[in-house]
Design a protein around this ligand. Structure first.
Ligand code: BES
Ligand code: ZN
Length: 473
């Protein structure tokens, strides 16, 4: 068994160009789930993966999830791909989840190279392109593991099952029901789950992850005049929607990133001394954040405070205002209708419904203070619950040993600030342990311009995913 693992690792080391080639193919498909006009590309990406898995000898099936209405367009939802590799009752069955959709990207956002064309920097060893780290690199990591075993004529040490979706960046529409519906059929043999869709805490030390924040997204619309108006003609005479909205949005959060909505912190589980210790021992410094953000902008210089504010406290971010004048130049308009977008990251023991109630009460009371004649409407969107799990489990022990074998260090045990909505559904519907085993680093720039995955993380990460299968077996 160990011998097979060494052969596998050697194979990956000597086939790096093949790994790069398959990533380049995947990145060239702009599978942006959040934009209706890109939906055919998301469907193409699903088909591409399905065919690749088939060619690798997996038993693979595409499951249609129906249709959705996205910004007024009635479009097909991307299929879920469920592939099985191996069917030996004597072996454990490991379910792997990943997503094949990506965030939007345009060169004009500030990318140095075309986002949907993999750029390999020989100088820095970076593989740059949308989806490199989130989540195409890690998904292909699993495919690389299968390919290597096939080429070497080796059986995998476990029965591997893959569940790949194309809507993660847009709230995993339809996936919860799919997993719940199939828990006792398609997924009945699963012993444990592994997800590679998060990042190291810094840039040098690997980690394994046992928690994610949930997220509640909100759209807040202020409606005023029937059409956009000239500010020279109407400015000063009327209540302006944008002024109202900015006041209400500013009341949600303080400049030092504390949520100003009454009741939110009341729901947060109290911090125990043991939990605090977990944050104290994480190898992390403020400069890790500075390096990732390219700025010096943390709200505190205390490492533990900063870590906890990402991993175990809620946060509220303001994302944008639809309908506001945002182009270059100086247009003297009064926008008639504006929609502010913000979200709250949720932590244990917050309930999305209670959070939505607190937001609604606060927004209504702040708006009332303005004595405006405009109207306001709050629309909460797809809330996802937070997830944590006790890492004292053979699944985590296997991942720890695998990390030690590949990187020679004991990984940090972290919780993540981001969200992967399906994680909790896997945990609840299958009743099995879920592990997060990241491939990329903190500074990969997921969702940002010039998103990258270091070649070394891609290669070692592929070796790690394969080695984890040996250890968990
Ligand atoms: N890969 C991320 C999840 C993630 C982000 C993990 C940051 C760790 C740190 C995932 O693809 C993602 O971005 N999820 C969305 C989910 C949302 C649309 C419901 C997120 O967190 O914003
Ligand atoms: Zn993402």
């Amino acid at each position: 068994m160990t011998d097979n693992r060494s052969k596998f690792v050697k194979y990956i080391e000597s086939h790096q160009q093949d790994l790069i080639n398959i990533l380049a193919e995947a990145i060239a498909i702009p599978s942006v789930s959040g934009d209706a006009s890109y939906r055919p590309e998301v469907l193409r990406m699903g088909k591409w993966l399905h065919e690749k898995l088939g060619a690798l000898g997996a038993q693979t099936e595409l499951f249609e999830l129906g249709r959705q209405n996205l910004d007024g367009h009635d479009i097909e939802l991307p299929p879920v791909i469920v592939a099985k590799y191996g069917n030996d009752p004597a072996k454990k069955t490991i379910l792997v989840y990943g997503h094949y959709d990506v965030q939007p990207a345009l060169k004009s956002d500030g990318w140095d190279t075309e986002p949907f064309s993999l750029h390999v920097s020989e100088a820095t060893g970076k593989l740059v392109g949308r989806g490199a780290t989130d989540d195409k690199g890690p998904v292909l990591g699993w495919l690389n593991v299968i390919e290597a075993h096939r080429a070497l004529g080796l059986d995998l040490p476990v029965n591997l099952q893959l569940c790949l979706e194309g809507m993660e960046e847009s709230g995993s529409v339809g996936l919860d029901e799919f997993v719940e519906r199939n828990a006792k059929t398609l997924f009945k043999d699963v012993d444990a789950v592994c997800i590679s869709d998060n990042y190291w805490l810094g840039t040098t030390k690997p980690c394994i992850t046992h928690g994610l924040r949930g997220v509640a997204y909100f759209k807040l619309t202020v409606h005023g005049p029937a059409a956009d108006l000239h500010s020279g003609v109407f400015g000063g005479m009327i209540h302006e929607p944008m002024t109202d909205l900015v006041h209400v949005m500013a009341s949600l959060v303080t400049p030092d990133a504390k949520i100003a909505i009454p009741g939110i912190y009341d729901q947060v589980a109290p911090l125990t001394p043991e939990e605090r210790k977990r944050f104290e021992v994480m190898e992390f410094s403020i400069s890790d954040v500075d390096n990732s953000t390219g700025s010096k902008s943390t709200v505190s210089e205390d490492k533990v405070e900063v870590l906890m504010s990402r991993m175990r406290y809620p946060s509220l971010s303001l994302h944008g205002i639809e309908g506001a004048f945002a182009e270059p130049g100086s247009k003297t308009v009064i926008p008639a209708k504006v929609t502010g977008k913000f979200s709250i990251r949720l932590v244990p023991d917050m309930e999305p419904e209670t959070c939505v109630d607190c937001v609604r009460k606060h927004v209504e009371s702040e708006f009332a203070k303005l004595h405006s004649k405009n109207t306001i409407k709050l629309e909460p969107d797809h809330p996802g619950k937070p997830w944590t799990v006790d890492p004292n489990h053979w699944n985590y022990e296997a991942a720890t040993r695998a990390t030690e074998l590949i990187y020679g260090v004991k990984p940090d045990l972290t919780r993540e600030g981001g969200s992967i909505p399906i994680t909790l559904t896997f945990a609840d519907a299958l009743g099995k342990n879920v592990l997060l085993l990241p491939m990329g680093r903190a500074d990969d720039g997921a969702h940002s311009t010039n998103e990258k995955l270091d070649l070394s993380n891609y290669v070692k990460g592929t070796e790690l995913l394969g080695t984890y299968l040996y250890e968990v077996a």
